[in-house]
Design a protein around this ligand. Sequence first.
Ligand code: SAM
Ligand code: SF4
Length: 335
Amino acid sequence: MDIAPNTPLIDRLGRTHTSLRVSVTDRCNIRCFYCMPLENVRFKPRDELLTFEEMTRVVRVAARHGINKLRLTGGEPLVRSNLSQLIRMLKQVPGIAEIALTTNGILLPDQAADLKSAGLDRLNVSLDALSEAMFERITRRQGVQKVLAGIAAAQAAGFDNVRLNAVAIQNLTEGEIVPLANFARENDLHLRFIEFMPLDADRAWDKSQVLSGRQLREIIARDVAPLNEVKRDDQSQPAVDYQYADGVQRVGFISSVTQPFCGTCNRLRITAEGQLRNCLFGTEEWDARRIVRNAGTDADLSELLHSCVQAKKPSHGMDSPEFVPPERAMYQIGG
Ligand code: SAM
Ligand code: SF4
């Protein structure tokens, strides 16, 4: 297959891919039960992870095919040393318009200023509970105060529109919803709730644990303030946003389980060891590391990107009786 350098990454359903999630590590400093196992985590050996140069090369080729937005993730991206250096390298790639990062926030007090000066554009901080007891139940570690200090450090460093991501779990985190919403409104944070997806390493997910976007919206409209849906400018955004009727902030709902948005998906992923994926729930991977470590050419990478996109399925198929969760858990893919 000969692919011209600027051929866009359009799949068989006409979805144009412009966003790439880059996992920089599978390691993490906490142990959220919906993502990692509590013990005996098997991390990839360091030499299997892509180097910053290797990641930048893959991104450079992807950008020639229309990727313009990057999100750095993991594992916990801030445990990868010198992450700011990677951001500086990626900022130089022609065509990359925005670099965002998703973090659990624990290391932000030390790193926020550095990330800002490296050119990071946007920050999402994940926080599911404000009570230390619930935070510890979820993450199997202590850390709320560090995350709160991290959010404050990010805002002090000049990050505007920091987003707060909260996974909501039925029969567990109901008591956190209203405090999180109020906290976000008081601190100028755009809160988004995410439905619990079957990507936990323990494979204990059950549909009965999903607190749906709709349920969350009803609780917030009843107990915080009435909500008005915001018209979506960008259809590929997974969150449906609502404006509080009193004008103070917005809140969003990412209903990946109950209202999948696969039809407008524009994302690709690359794992920390350089495997391209076209879906969180995909079972197939395309090996970019083999190419970059074996004297492969940019044309080989172009071909790999296009093969990955061409094989994308119409939807994640979670509702089908044949659905099997991917072998890898969230921290191994890059959320
Ligand atoms: N460690 C960083 C963090 O937690 O923000 C980045 C990686 S984490 C895998 C990215 C996002 O995925 C987080 O917001 C996390 O809450 C979410 N996540 C992890 N496992 C999930 C699951 N099973 N269902 C829904 N969201 C999940
Ligand atoms: Fe770590 Fe993020 Fe997974 Fe939690 S969700 S265990 S913070 S990678």
